[in-house]
Design a protein around this ligand. Structure first.
Ligand code: ASP
Ligand code: MG
Length: 426
């Protein structure tokens, strides 16, 4: 008998029929003897729709109220799933984040989990029930509802798996695993059987939207083994775990790309002690995550400071930049929102020299101009401007030997067919 946490994403619970299929799948697992805690996302695009609703009445709604609103999405899917399981003659109970003791800090919309009190989940499991938990939400010590950031149900699932010491955390969605790159962009992308936490973190940080980053951090910290798999087929997915055997790790395991960041340059910043601390300290105060930072050579004691930041933070950031320009006596700031960050990720970089050189060589051969570069021990990222992403990712994918001989469209088609079949009900 295994104790398993299963998480179903928004697409997997988008319609009543899909919810019924999830219920059937869970009941079959339960009958086979597993104890199940199920974490659900909101149905389909509910979270986006709720956000639109909020913005229809207020351009910048109070974060507390946004959380109050968005958290209702998951409460719909959890109770509907519990009803579907009941209709199949099995016992289940749906519970909010607060009810299962997911205690968070009070940073609304991006709250961090501080503690999980697993007593309620244990009690319900002991009574033989399938326990369904609303993803993406928690509660502050003061009793206010919080949300964990977009995609936060992954984090709920992993945190619960850690809290109840589950044997495994299965993340079900419309993607059937972790690929060497986005198969919708490069159809010959390969599905990975295994990937390490570190590589997965770099992939997530670099724009691969398979799992929320916090979820992977949590999993690494608590040693939770994750499997990402399809909600529509029985194919094995990708296992994310600690990989220590070098035989198990590829030199390059993936290429991620990210269009969601903007490049900001502050021009003619006086080059003196403490300026970087002041700039990035002020930005951190509005909780914007700065990613790549480059300071150019200074000329006449003035320098340009360039960095990237999520596009969605720009409204919050602009007044801060205005204020900084003024305080620093800098010339101006420029925002470029047409940039793409492309990252090459692989644990094997630590032991194989020359990967960066090869990447730059490939880009040069394909006439791609690089505007920023950063690296970590297992990642090389470049920012490029106004390029055809598909062309650039494809040429790197091929150059690093990642192309699969199986073209994704075929698998994609069969997954679509599967979905259609399931929609009709089996
Ligand atoms: N429903 C939330 C979102 O769309 C949380 C999640 O799906 O994980 O971001
Ligand atoms: Mg989602």
């Amino acid at each position: 008998m295994a104790l398993v946490v299963c998480k179903f994403g928004g697409t997997s619970v988008a319609t009543p029929k899909r919810i019924i299929n999830v219920a059937k799948r869970l009941v079959a697992k339960h009958e086979a003897g597993d104890q199940l805690v199920v974490v659900v996302s909101a149905m389909g695009k509910t979270t986006d729709d709720l956000m639109k609703l909020a913005l229809a009445v207020n351009d910048s709604p109070p974060p507390r109220e946004i959380d109050m609103l968005l958290s209702t999405g998951e409460q719909v899917s959890m109770s509907i799933l519990a009803m579907a399981i009941d209709a199949l003659g099995h016992q289940s109970v749906s519970l909010t984040g607060g009810q299962v003791g997911i205690v968070t800090d009070s940073l609304h919309r991006k709250a961090k989990i501080r503690e999980i009190k697993p007593a309620r989940i244990r009690k319900e499991l002991d009574e033989g029930k399938i326990v369904i938990v609303a993803g993406f939400q928690g509660i502050t010590r003061a009793g206010d509802i919080t949300t964990l950031g977009r995609g936060g149900s992954d984090t709920t699932a992993v945190a619960i798996a850690a809290g109840i010491k589950a044997d495994k955390c299965e993340i079900y969605s419309d993607v059937d695993g972790v690929y060497t790159t986005d198969p919708r962009v490069v159809p010959c992308a390969k599905k990975l059987a295994v990937i390490s936490y570190d590589e997965m973190l770099e992939l997530a940080a670099s724009g691969a939207g398979v799992l929320q980053m916090r979820a992977v951090e949590f999993a690494r910290h608590f040693g939770v083994v994750i499997e990402c798999r399809s909600a529509f087929t029985d194919e094995p997915g990708t296992i994310i775990k600690e990989v220590t055997d070098p035989m198990e790790s590829a030199v390059i395991s993936g290429i991620a790309f990210d269009k969601s960041e903007a490049k900001i340059t502050i021009r003619d910043v006086p080059d003196r002690v403490g300026v970087a601390a002041q700039v990035f300290g002020t930005i951190a105060e509005v909780a914007s995550n700065v990613d790549m930072i480059v300071q150019n050579i200074s000329e006449d004691h003035y320098t340009d400071l360039t960095f990237t930041t999520p596009m969605q933070d720009l409204p919050r950031l602009k007044p801060v930049l205005e204020q900084l320009i003024h305080e620093l006596g800098a010339r101006e700031y420029l925002i470029d929102d047409s940039v793409v960050k492309i990252s090459l990720i692989g644990a094997g970089m630590k032991t194989n020299p020359g990967i960066a050189a090869k990447m730059f060589q490939v880009l040069a051969e394909h006439d791609v101009n690089i505007s920023l570069i950063t690296t970590s021990s297992i990642r090389i990222s470049v920012v490029i401007e106004g390029e055809d992403i598909q062309r650039v990712v494809k040429c790197l994918h091929t150059a690093f030997g990642l192309d699969s001989d199986k073209v994704f469209e075929e698998t994609q088609l069969s997954a679509e067919e599967m979905k259609a079949k399931m929609e009709k009900g089996r």
